[in-house]
Design a protein around this ligand. Structure first.
Ligand SMILES: CC(C)(COP(=O)(O)OP(=O)(O)OC[C@H]1O[C@@H](n2cnc3c(N)ncnc32)[C@H](O)[C@@H]1OP(=O)(O)O)[C@@H](O)C(=O)NCCC(=O)NCCS
Length: 163
């Protein structure tokens, strides 16, 4: 079954919180932990994300299967035809091409639905799975960066020929 890629909506709150709780330790191995407040203040935060999305500054997506969230694929800092991509996939769904497929789908949405011309992303050098996802979906390295004190690379993906 191909998971659905859905724009973040109010009704995703419970499944999204379960996804973040169940995978908290898994995510913290690769990216900074969200902190306890994230979980206790989840409802307010969800509402704030939806309000921000309504401004057009970001486009949040959840990958769902039978109502459960398998992953998040977010475009933030939308400006001047570009946006920054971030993602995370549930531990139980990892290593099966889920992120690669969803990043391709988000890039298509970015170009066709959101009218973007370029995506950027960044990941640490000690995250080979994320590096693999970006390279396989057409992102190319665009310089070194420090992420939370860890060395990383910035990546860029042109969505239209002239960029
Ligand atoms: C990074 C992440 C999104 C990848 O999701 P995924 O669905 O497992 O990704 P895919 O299966 O599409 O691709 C992962 C690729 O990395 C490869 N990979 C995984 N671990 C690896 C490692 N230690 N060394 C080298 N390659 C590795 C996989 O083999 C796979 O490539 P393949 O299909 O050619 O075998 C997921 O691991 C995750 O959510 N991690 C925690 C949060 C995170 O790091 N987010 C990204 C922040 S920039």
């Amino acid at each position: 079954m191909v998971p659905d890629l859905e724009r973040l909506a109010p009704e995703h709150a419970d499944a999204l919180l379960a996804f973040e709780r169940e995978n908290r330790e898994w995510f913290a191995r690769s990216i900074p932990d969200r902190g306890d407040d994230y979980f206790t203040e989840f409802a307010a935060r969800h509402a704030a994300l939806l309000a921000e999305q309504a401004t057009g500054r970001c486009h949040f997506h959840v990958l769902t299967e039978s109502g459960a969230v398998l992953g998040r694929f977010n475009l933030v800092d939308v400006a001047d035809g570009a946006a920054e991509l971030g993602y995370r996939v549930a531990q139980r769904s990892a290593g099966r091409g889920v992120a690669t497929d969803a990043v391709r789908r988000v890039a298509t949405l970015a170009r066709e639905a959101y009218g973007l011309r370029r995506l950027t992303a960044a990941t640490t050098l000690d995250n080979p799975a994320s590096q693999a996802v970006l390279r396989r979906t057409g992102f190319t390295p665009a310089g070194e960066v420090s992420l939370g004190g860890r060395p990383g690379l910035r990546y860029v993906l042109p969505l239209v020929a002239e960029d």
